[in-house]
Design a binder for this molecule. Sequence first.
Ligand code: C2E
Ligand code: MG
Ligand code: MG
Ligand code: MG
Length: 293
Amino acid sequence: EVKQQGRDGWHFFSSSLEEKVRKKLSITQGLRMAIEREELSIRFQPIVDANSNRIVAAELLLRWHPDEGEISPAVFIPIAEMTGMIVPIGAWVFAQACRAEAEWRQRWGENAPAYISVNVSARQLNDKNLLADIEKLVTRYNADPKRILLEITETSLMADIETNLRMLRGLANLGFRVAVDDFGTGYSSLAQLTRLPVNVLKIDRAFVDGIENQTESRAVVRAVIGLGRALGLKMVAEGVENQAQLLELRNFGCDYIQGYLFYRPLLEDQFIEVVERESSLTPTDAEPPIFFL
Ligand code: C2E
Ligand code: MG
Ligand code: MG
Ligand code: MG
């Protein structure tokens, strides 16, 4: 009825705003039911060694496909964070990580990927039950926390550094590894990084994107890799899409690569196939995947 009142921009603006609000509301309501309706699924994106190109790890990525069609995590995760739905959804994701870790170790033994990465929202770190809930899942699935890497974005990590620090120390004490995700987009200082139990930095795709032709991105990526390595951290570059980017990253000393150049996020069965095909082509005396020293 808003549209009938006139064709001027204001009315169009107000109706599209209304639409946005309605969409957010329907996503919020849909998310409440997503777990029991079994509308959530997961993908695994392989992470490879920058020099051997062998798969060393995988990042678990969430997918939501309600009846209306798939909705991107870039859209629904922020809404889940605002409404608190990320707590039960995050627990579901975490259970999947524990299950897969234990299954893959059963299947491949020491040749299993060195770890599974799982994204954790700052909102989950604020949940005082988190440690107890996670311990239960680890026990239930017989998972090895040392083979699970918790990714938290730089921006959310730094937003409430004291709370996050306490929680991350608790998680690190349980054996989990910690990565700073989307690194370079926030404002962490060297001093803060050394206070955190961090093992890995993941360089944001935005920087990798310009590495072949933009002097500034090149400088940032080179400096960040140098900094990370000086601190004894493992460096992962995200969103690597072409050979030129790979070559630069290798030259800068980046340890690991994640991106469409090698693999897109895969169904778990596909991931298993890819790992088994790769290991059938690998000499039997090759080292098992090593990630952390
Ligand atoms: P992220 O954790 O930084 O994950 C990497 C994203 O980059 C994924 O998008 C992945 O599909 C995409 N990507 C990987 N390689 C390339 C590439 O070469 N080119 C391009 N263009 N993209 C690439 P996705 O799966 O859509 O996830 C988006 C974000 O949603 C994630 O960014 C993460 O912040 C969040 N997310 C996904 N799953 C979860 C989850 O289970 N829990 C939480 N809290 N957040 C999640
Ligand atoms: Mg991530
Ligand atoms: Mg990222
Ligand atoms: Mg991201």
